[in-house]
Design a protein around this ligand. Structure first.
Ligand code: CUA
Length: 312
């Protein structure tokens, strides 16, 4: 396609460009039909309007010729669109033999990406621009949908099943490009569905290989990674809703009622203690012994606390 692309986001793959081509073709066909129908309607309204109050129009019954024409032309248009689309579906669903596989796992409410060497990232996906990348998609809990508008493909992430699609960004995407929050969950999956976003990074092949090697051994001490790796959000929500443990929303800095009737301030010390020694102070309405003590290094602990403090 040339310059005009209906205001669609950038197309990062050849497939995306082809899908845009199909979209454009269907758009132009429907536009022509629409204009034709509306123009004829206007012309006939004026030309064949009743000119004298007592004059009746002719009643025409049946015309095989007209009926064949107005059935055949739309049918041919639909067959044309159908053949074109099926060809595209076939291309999308037939991966090339040599693919680089990345496992994509959706969970309430984030994305985990696992690379062939075992490296895992949360909230960010890197892909190399010099090979076919196959996404193997699943879910830990409910149905999510893995969507990158720039790929023009959405694929459901279903628990207990693996779905997939592949991309090849080739030379359509510049190495080093970043697409912030362009990995989107497209299937309503609960309160934080709209925040189930991740960043996409396009790396050149060499850059990617060294990145994924470092990533394998890098200690993941940032808040979201520590939280994902320790499964915190299976009991603690970040949106104020009720779960097995107290929600984190609006927790930090506020007064906290405890099960023993006391009230404490949820400052950094309280938050740290609640992670490393969760039975020391039990929040009102919860039971002791529910949460295991987590041994986190100082950096991880600090980052988790900072993360919780961000949930106003
Ligand atoms: Cu996950 Cu919506």
């Amino acid at each position: 396609m040339g310059g005009f692309n209906f205001g669609l986001p950038e197309a990062l793959t050849k497939t995306a460009t082809d899908i845009d081509g199909l979209f454009g073709m269907i758009f132009w066909i429907t536009l022509v039909v629409f204009v034709l129908v509306e123009a004829l309607l206007a012309i006939f309204l004026i030309r064949y309007r009743r000119k004298q109050p007592d004059k009746q129009g002719y009643a025409i019954h049946g015309s095989t010729k007209a009926e064949v024409i107005w059935t055949l032309i739309p049918a041919l248009i639909l067959v044309f669109i159908g053949v074109w689309s099926s060809g595209m579906v076939y291309t999308i669903q037939t991966p090339p033999a040599d693919v680089y596989e990345i496992k994509v796992t959706g969970m309430k409410w984030s994305w985990e990406f696992e690379y062939p060497n075992g490296a895992k990232t949360y909230g960010e996906l890197h892909i190399p621009n010099d090979r076919n990348v196959m996404f193997k998609i699943t879910s830990k809990d409910v149905i999510h949908s893995f969507w990158v508008p720039e790929f023009r493909i959405k694929q459901d992430a279903v628990p207990g099943r693996v779905t997939s699609f592949y991309v090849n960004v080739g030379d359509l995407a510049k190495a080093g490009s970043e697409y912030k929050e362009r990995i989107i969950c497209a299937e309503y999956c609960g309160n934080n569905h709209s925040k189930m976003l991740a960043n996409l990074y396009i790396d050149d092949g060499k850059q990617f290989d060294s990145w994924v090697e470092t990533e394998k051994t890098r200690k993941k001490t940032d808040g979201p990674s520590v939280i994902q790796a320790n499964g915190c959000t299976s009991c603690h929500t970040i949106d104020g809703s009720k779960s097995a443990g107290p929600t984190w929303k609006g927790l930090a800095g506020n007064d906290r009622k405890l099960a023993n009737g006391q009230t404490v301030k949820a400052d950094d010390e309280y938050l740290k203690e609640s992670i490393t020694n969760p039975n020391a102070k039990i929040a009102e309405g919860f039971q002791p012994g529910m949460m295991p003590a987590f041994q986190l290094d100082d950096e991880s602990l600090k980052n988790v606390v900072e993360y919780i403090k961000g949930l106003k």
